[in-house]
Design a protein around this ligand. Sequence first.
Ligand code: PGA
Length: 259
Amino acid sequence: MTDPPRPLVAGNWKMNGLGGDGLALAADLARRAASAKGEESPACDLLVCPPATLLWRVAEALGQSPIAVGGQDCHADAKGAHTGDIGAEMLKDAGATYAIVGHSERRAGHSETDALVRAKAEAALGAGLCAIVCIGETEAQYGAGETLGVLEKQLAGSLPKGPGIAPGAAKVVIAYEPIWAIGTGLTPSLDEIARVHAHIRGILGGASAEGGSIRILYGGSVNAANAAEILALEEVNGALVGGASLHADDFWSIARSCP
Ligand code: PGA
């Protein structure tokens, strides 16, 4: 057995934040990170994913702090005639070290397929970013007991192939986000989360160094009150946090909940 990977607590700001409140939030987090000492420091890596308009300035505001910055999406191509899109290298140029790909809001709202998500993940890795690949079942699939099958299919179709996964396994992060839990205040039971994460770890080849080093985050209505029990589960290596990441107190409290 390999040691569990260091947890990652990532904030997905989605389409929220203007120069005023977004930069104030980043500055607040940077201050907390700078003044946290010893046991006050979260036992995890920290990441915020602001809207693209704020990436550069948030990266600057976080400066030397240990909080990383990520994009919420990237195009599968490195550059070219794709009006309104952003390439992975551009994210990196703006200060990002991560890119979220395949979030359910993009899969649903922009008709993104597993194959496209895989291409985006490979583009992110190609640019030297860590790719956070999101998967998750709908409420109907959950109700029908199809969760594990759905996730298996999404993993088979959207994880980057080949060299991206093996030597750079730590560069790939999986976020399990039940769609029905996102922004609803609902979460699966702790047993269900544990069962799903164990299953994903098995698919990744958890006994191998590569498969064991991939972080599997849980996402969907994580908040300051439920974070500790979720983050304590085996094979939960952090959280992808939406709404609660817009409030410095809540985000910090979630990060501090890492065991
Ligand atoms: P939520 O969103 O924490 O607001 O449920 C999570 C996500 O969509 O990443």
